[in-house]
Design a protein around this ligand. Structure first.
Ligand SMILES: Nc1ncnc2c1ncn2[C@@H]1O[C@H](COP(=O)(O)OP(=O)(O)OP(=O)(O)O)[C@@H](O)[C@H]1O
Length: 319
């Protein structure tokens, strides 16, 4: 497959913050790429490098073989920012016409409205739309120029379940018709609906880049909560991806959160170890917790590679 867009060791700094840190990425034609990561991971900054709103501080970014600032490459780009800003007095149909006029071969306004469920709203002023309707319009606008590449930054934030599903279906149909789509999200569900390949970012860096299936497997983390007088020993059991002490430690027991890919196996290890524990509870980790676990494993891996000797069990638990 040919690369529609490329980042080559691209970094973007804002003062002390390295928002994008040495990212190398190719976005192939016809792909659906999900960009997943916690708040502040650098997703929006990466999108702004691709759409030419910002330049990299170092490294390079190309869009269709040219600089993203080049108007010729932008003709093939559609983009929906995180925040929706629409001219409040223009009618929905007029907004679509206006944006379409910037492109050589825009979609017909009626066809775009139909695709995104906006037909009944064509005559309504943009300022009179609900939050969800505005969101639907701004995602539709990303497709008006029949773009080769579409960048959607958190496209369904603030939408109810029906609204999300309607938009996902429309985006998938556009993808089937040939658009390459990059979507950022906090929601695993959204990434599952819209991505074939998933790039996970944390702290400006790419910490995982794999198929959807492989990433879902990696973030399928479980949380075990328990009380124990030996938190270091529990944290060192095989299969613990991350351990965190919560609340105040009492002299005889600490409350501990453990994150693991296989909670059943870890509980077997715990029981087999003879370590005392109480109040055990197991639940699926939230995506945020799963990200943290991925990030921490990544950091622990880099630390272990860089430092010798390896960190002690106590350091692992206390981090
Ligand atoms: N214009 C700016 N000036 C200073 N710092 C910035 C600017 N834009 C982004 N940052 C910082 O860069 C980092 C990455 O921000 P970015 O918005 O790219 O993250 P994100 O992954 O999109 O987060 P979210 O999911 O919250 O939207 C953050 O620490 C943010 O505060």
């Amino acid at each position: 497959m040919t690369a529609l867009a490329q980042l080559d060791h691209a970094s973007r700094r804002f003062g002390d913050v390295l928002a994008v840190d040495d990212v190398t990425l190719e976005i192939e034609a016809g792909s659906m790429l999900g960009l997943l990561g916690p708040n502040g991971a650098g997703k929006t900054t990466l999108i702004s490098l691709l759409n030419g709103l910002r330049r990299p501080t170092s490294g390079s970014v190309t869009l269709l073989g040219r600089s993203p600032q080049d108007v010729r490459s932008r003709q093939s780009l559609g983009s929906t920012p995180q925040e929706t800003a629409l001219p409040p007095t223009l009618r929905v149909g007029e907004v679509i016409d206006f944006v379409g006029k910037h492109f050589e071969q825009p979609m017909r306004t009626e066809a775009l409205a139909e695709e995104f469920g906006l037909t009944p709203l064509l005559k309504r002023q943009a300022g009179a739309l609900s939050g969800g309707q505005k969101r639907r319009l701004s995602v539709a606008l990303a497709f008006v120029g029949r773009p080769k590449l579409v960048l959607l930054d958190e496209p369904t934030t603030g939408l109810d379940i029906d609204g999300r599903h309607t938009l996902w279906q429309a985006v998938r149909r556009q993808h089937e018709a040939g658009a390459t789509v990059v979507v950022t999200s906090h929601y695993l569900e959204e990434i599952e609906a819209l991505a074939e390949r998933v790039v996970v970012m944390a702290g400006g860096r790419v910490i995982a880049d794999d198929t959807l299936q492989a990433i879902v497997g990696k973030v399928g983390v479980r949380q075990i909560r328990l009380r124990t007088p030996e938190p270091s020993a529990v944290g060192a059991l095989p299969g613990v991806a991350r351990a965190e002490t919560v609340g105040a430690d009492s002299a005889d027991a600490a409350e501990l959160l453990l994150y693991t890919a296989d909670s059943d196996q870890l509980i077997r290890e715990l029981v087999g170890s003879g370590i005392r524990f109480a109040d055990l509870a197991v639940r699926g980790a939230t995506l945020e917790e799963a990200f943290l676990t991925l990030t921490e494993s990544d950091r622990a891996h880099s630390n272990r590679a860089a430092a010798s000797p390896a960190p002690t069990e106590t350091e692992e638990v206390a981090r």
